[in-house]
Design a binder for this molecule. Structure first.
Ligand SMILES: Nc1ncnc2c1ncn2[C@@H]1O[C@H](COP(=O)(O)OP(=O)(O)OP(=O)(O)O)[C@@H](O)[C@H]1O
Length: 240
């Protein structure tokens, strides 16, 4: 049996007449962070949606710790330990920070709401200070922090992050990086992070895959991808 936490093999997925992802294979070893990079429309979000059950694969397999996730609904993948933070800051603006956290699902064997909320608020005092304020009053970065924290309520084994840096002020990026690292060490989660802003994803990950037009075109250590023209070559198909 594979030691990888998440193993995607030969995944093809799409929408109606659109084939968004073609024959993609990748793996996220237990307890590591892997980056999925590529330009707009490359198919990155479709891969995350296929893992969490929002999109049904047309072919291929997706396994979490050896168990296939194909055909499962999002609530069923959540029950198996997959938490998906969607693109955009998905918080309920009228509800308080605490109410938003309480909406996070608790997975069986994953601790109680109160225990996990205490852990999150203890580590991120800014959320504690604003616990009773409507989430809509938080800054963009704080809302993203809250959206990720809500996903952590289930103490996931596999955390899927879609463009966590989107629309954030650069000053917030180190906080998001810290939150991802903390999630990994505290919950032992494996993380698959999708980013157009490759600098952030490569900073938190050990390995990266690059997608272009639904195909995987590069796969290398994040250190290697950070150097020279590796990313440009992979994104635009230009040889250095
Ligand atoms: N709901 C949908 N219906 C039809 N086509 C879609 C849908 N969602 C995505 N697509 C198409 O599938 C392809 C891949 O989209 P996807 O969202 O996976 O790309 P991405 O790499 O995540 O880019 P982005 O950063 O823009 O989200 C694109 O051509 C896109 O237009």
């Amino acid at each position: 049996m594979s030691t990888a936490e998440l193993e995607i093999s030969g995944l093809t997925a799409g929408y109606g007449g659109v084939v968004a992802v073609k024959d993609v294979s990748l793996s996220v070893p237990a307890g590591t962070t892997v980056a999925l990079l590529g330009a707009n429309g490359a198919g990155k979000s479709t891969i995350l949606r296929s893992v969490s059950g929002q999109v049904k694969p047309r072919s291929g397999d997706i396994r979490l710790n050896g168990e296939s996730l194909v055909g499962l609904r999002p609530d069923q993948t959540l029950a198996r330990g997959v938490a998906h933070v969607l693109e955009g800051r998905q918080v309920f603006a009228q509800m308080t920070v605490l109410e938003n956290l309480r909406l996070g699902s608790v997975r069986r064997g994953g601790g109680t709401h109160d225990e996990t909320i205490a852990l999150l608020l203890d580590h991120f005092p800014v959320l504690a200070e604003k616990a009773k304020q409507p989430a809509g009053q938080l800054s963009g970065g704080q809302q993203q922090m809250l959206a990720i924290s809500r996903a952590l309520m289930s103490r996931p084994r596999m955390l899927l992050l879609d463009e966590p840096s989107l629309g954030l002020a650069p000053v917030m990026l180190p906080t998001i990086v810290e939150l991802i690292r903390w999630a990994q060490t505290t919950f032992g989660a494996a993380v698959l992070i999708v980013e157009q802003y490759s600098a952030l994803a490569l900073q938190v990950s050990t390995w990266g895959y690059v997608l272009r037009n639904g195909h995987l075109v590069a796969s290398a250590s994040s250190a290697e991808l950070s150097e020279g023209d590796a990313i440009n070559t992979a994104y635009f198909g230009v040889d250095p």
